[in-house]
Structure formats: C-alpha cells, structure tokens
Design a protein around this ligand. Structure first.
Ligand code: HEC
Ligand code: HEC
Length: 442
C-alpha cells in the first residue's frame, strides 16, 4: 500500500513536471499572441553608407559641435546614459558630458534599436511625428510635409517611414543641434530654410565632392546635385539606423520559434510574471513588446528648475484631448538592459528601479527624490514635480487597476522578471561585445 501511495506521488510529481513552465508558457504565448521579430527590410548598401556618415557628422549641427551619436551612441546602447540629454554646446559623451552653458533637453534620449519597421507608425515619446503606411501621409511639426498633398512633396517622396520623417527634426532644434547663435542656421525661422542650408553645407561645403559622390551613389536617379534635399538625408539616416541597430536574435525570439532550451528556468519564470502577475503584456505586447499605445504609468516627473516641462503633458500636447494627459508612447523592450536610465525623463537608473516602480506606483511617486547622482550630472538644478493635482492625475489616469492597487510581486517574481528583461531580451551580439555595434562592417 505504502509503495503504491509513494509511486502515485512520484507519478503526480512527474505529471506536474510535464505541465511544467514550458507547457504553461505555451498556452500564455498563444493567448497573448506573442511573436518573434523578424529582421527589418534592408535598404541599398549605398544608402546605408550615406546614412552612416551623416549619423556621425558634425555638419548637421549649427556650430559643428554635436552629432546624432552624442545622444544616440552605439557604445551607449544608441542612447546617452543620461536621464536628460545635454544639447548643442556641451562637451563630452555619456555621463562625462558637461553642460558648459548648453541646454538640458527635457526628455530622455530613446534607443534607436529595431525602429526600421513600417508598422511603427509613431515616433517620439509623444508621437508628434507619424506616418501612415497605407497612404504614405505624414503628420509632423512641419505643415509643409503633412497630409495628402504636401507642399514639400519633393521631400516627402523620400520620407517613406515615421523613422525617416523623424530624423530630420533634431537638426531644426536649437537646443539639440542647431545652436542659438554664431552660425548661419541659428537665426532662420523656417524648417525648410534650415534644411536647405544644411543641404548646401553638405553638397557645396568643404567636403563637397565626397558628399556629392555618396549622395549620387545612394540616389542615382538624381542627376543634378542641387536636387538633393533633406528627404534624402532622412531616407539615408533611417536606412542606417534600421540596418545597423536591428537586434532581434534574442533567447526570447528563439524560444518563440520553438527552441525550448533558448531560455533558462529563471528567464522562463520571468516571462510568466511578465504575462500574468506583472500585467506587463497589457501594454508591452505584440512583436515589438509594445502596442505603441499612449499610457500613463505614474512616472515621477523631473525637469530643470523653472522649466515649463515640469508639467510635461505628453500626448496631450499633440492631440489636445484631455484623456491623453500625461501619456507617453509605450516603448519596445528588446535589448532594454543597454539603455538605462529609464522612462521619458530617465528617472530610474536601472531595471530594478523600474520593477519596484510598477510594483508599487503609489509608493514610488511618494518617495522618489532627485538623487545627488542625477544632480551631479548637470550644472542647473533638477527638480521633481510635487504638484499634488498633477501627480494625482498621473496616478489616476493609469488604465490598469492592478497598477493603481500595487502588484505586490514576491521577491522571486521580481528577480525572475529582472532576469527575463535583462538576459532573455538581449541580442547575442550585445552580450558578446557591445562595441560590435559601432564597428558593423558595411
Ligand atoms: C541632444 C541630444 C539629441 C541629439 C543630438 C539627437 N537626438 Fe534623437 N532624440 C533625442 C531625444 C531627447 C529624443 C526624444 C524626444 C521626444 O520624444 O520628445 C530623441 C528622439 C529620436 C528618435 C525617435 C525614437 C523613438 O523611438 O521615438 C529618433 C529616431 C532619433 N532621435 C534620431 C536622431 C538622429 C538621426 C539624430 C541626428 C540627426 C538625433 N536623433 C539627434 C535626443 C537627441
Ligand atoms: C499601462 C501600460 C503599461 C504597463 C502595464 C506596463 N508598462 Fe512599461 N511602459 C509603459 C509606458 C507608457 C512607458 C513609458 C512611461 C514613461 O516614460 O513615463 C513604459 C516604460 C517601461 C520601461 C522603460 C523603457 C525605456 O525605454 O525607458 C520598462 C523597462 C518597462 N516599461 C517595463 C515594464 C514591465 C516589466 C512591466 C510589468 C511589470 C510594465 N512595463 C508594465 C506602459 C506600460
């Protein structure tokens, strides 16, 4: 009798082994319709080469003092490692960057990883640049590019994705790249004029023949150098970003493709928390681990003392619709470990900070402080928004009841979730050597 009980216990244990974590995940993956991400389509190599050059060229900035790389550096996960970036006029890279009178940009510099997909229709934390892949229509801060029959159709013809349209805007921003004085771009009032002047620098400037050659090879249909426009720049920068920062070979993707050994036990348990108790998949869903919807997550708001961005209303500033107050675009999560600090103002220095925030948003909002670590990166004073009414809205407008109540994850749930985010979502190339990113052979 004893042996029978013992044996059946053994069989029961084996039974639970069989409906183990893999079985549970299989069902969850189906319900949530999770899918691996395929590589993004690749542009012509000549266009990518032109984009690569432009990405690191100071000529795109008014005073030739800053490049895209300063805020989106490959060795810093295509971001800058700062909560808030330091714009034109600053010196140095990453946490060594010094202000020297430069402006602090009010939002965190996002990663440029896996952005080359036309289904990603909106760019920026608030989505103020968007592209409709069906009609090709754009919505941007520049009216001449927008709508069905845009005035600048010679430009929009080449802005074939939200990414291509986005990348021509940092050039126009005084804080980010254009600078406030001492250059021929600073005093211009129209985006179209700024873009024309930048083209003039590239096509007729000190490296004229070099760039003429690169542009001609990339866009051989253009016969006359004066017909190159900022649309070509946008197209090439997007081609480079899309190709060079396309990192989809992760344990998570291999697991979804059927390799049950691709993720280890803690990673699998972490995925389960992501899909169940953590509620993460409510927003970080689909192929990109983002549904790209606008949501508020109760993120503490910081800004430079005196700046009106202390009341950064996010999506509301684009749509004017009240329910969009304090909402930001849900970010994709592959290779997320590379791009600390996190959220639209970089308030959390690591993924543990993000998990603790989601676990108890109320506490996180109440207890958040601008640390010395954050303050020491800047000359100007950084302050936290303590306005009770605004913080109440940031909290109440969270769409998920569990987030308002608190997730109350256990220590091991948190640990496994961290391991999943950190390891299972990272491309192997990153794990082996992050410098590969910057030395990609073309
Ligand atoms: C001074 C820092 C800085 C510089 C220089 C800069 N960026 Fe950015 N970039 C940012 C910040 C900050 C944002 C987010 C702003 C927002 O959402 O309001 C951003 C957003 C983006 C995005 C949108 C990503 C997304 O997921 O929405 C892309 C693409 C991008 N930048 C590419 C570029 C390119 C290409 C250049 C060079 C032409 C460039 N950036 C120069 C700081 C910078
Ligand atoms: C209600 C939708 C929603 C839920 C649920 C949610 N997120 Fe987010 N997530 C967002 C949004 C929106 C942001 C950007 C918020 C901001 O910048 O203020 C974000 C930001 C993040 C970031 C920082 C990304 C970056 O590039 O800075 C991480 C990491 C993250 N979420 C992980 C998670 C995890 C893990 C969970 C589950 C515990 C989760 N999220 C649950 C919508 C959500």
């Amino acid at each position: 009798m004893k042996t029978i009980i013992l044996l059946s216990l053994v069989f029961m244990a084996m039974g639970t082994q069989a409906t183990s974590i893999d079985e549970q995940l299989k069902a969850l993956i189906e319900t949530n319709n999770l899918q691996p991400l395929n590589k993004a389509p690749r542009a012509k190599i000549e266009i990518i080469r032109l984009g690569q050059r432009l990405f690191s060229d100071r000529k795109l900035s008014g005073n030739r003092d800053i490049t895209c790389m300063h805020c989106h550096h490959p060795a810093l996960g295509t971001s800058d490692n700062l909560p808030l970036p330091i714009g034109a006029g600053g010196e140095g890279l990453g946490q060594n960057r010094r202000q020297l009178g430069a402006k602090i940009i009010p939002r965190n510099s996002p990663a440029l990883i896996n952005l080359g997909y036309t289904e990603i229709t909106d760019m920026f934390w608030d989505g103020r640049v968007s592209h409709d892949p069906k009609t090709g229509e754009l919505q941007t801060p520049e009216p001449a590019l927008n709508g069905k029959n845009p005035k600048a159709s010679h430009i929009t013809k080449y802005l074939t994705s939200s990414l291509a349209a986005q990348v021509i805007f940092p050039i126009t921003s005084k804080e980010e790249m254009r600078g406030f004085e001492n250059n021929e771009l600073a005093s211009l009032n129209s985006n179209l004029e700024i873009w024309n002047k930048v083209m003039h620098r590239l096509i007729n400037g000190e490296q004229a023949t070099f760039y003429q050659d690169l542009f001609s090879k990339a866009f051989p249909e253009i016969k006359n150098h004066k017909d190159f426009n900022i649309g070509h720049v946008g197209n090439a920068l997007a081609a480079f970003i899309s190709y060079n920062f396309n990192l989809v070979n992760t344990p998570y993707d291999r697991y979804l493709r059927g390799d049950v050994h691709a993720m280890n036990e803690p990673e699998k348990k972490g995925l389960k928390v992501f899909l169940t108790r953590g509620k993460c998949v409510n927003c970080h869903a689909g192929k990109h681990l983002s549904n790209f919807e606008y949501k508020t997550t109760g993120t503490p708001q910081i800004a430079v003392l005196g700046s009106d961005k202390i009341d950064d209303r996010g999506r509301f500033d684009v749509t004017g619709v009240k329910r969009d107050l304090y909402k930001f675009r849900t970010p994709p999560l592959r290779n997320i470990v590379l791009t600390a600090p996190y959220m639209h103002t970089g308030v959390f220095k690591d993924l543990t900070g993000v998990i603790e925030h989601y676990d108890n948003v109320k506490k996180s909002m109440r207890e958040f402080k601008v640390t010395d670590e954050i303050q020491s990166l800047y000359d100007e004073k950084i302050v936290l928004d303590t306005d009770a009414k605004r913080n109440k809205l940031r909290f109440q407008l969270m769409s998920i009841g569990e987030l308002r109540k608190g997730l109350k994850l256990t220590k091991s749930e948190k640990d496994n979730l961290l391991i999943f985010l950190r390891d299972a979502l990272s491309d192997d190339r990153i794990k082996s050597n992050s410098e590969i990113l910057s030395q990609e052979k073309l």
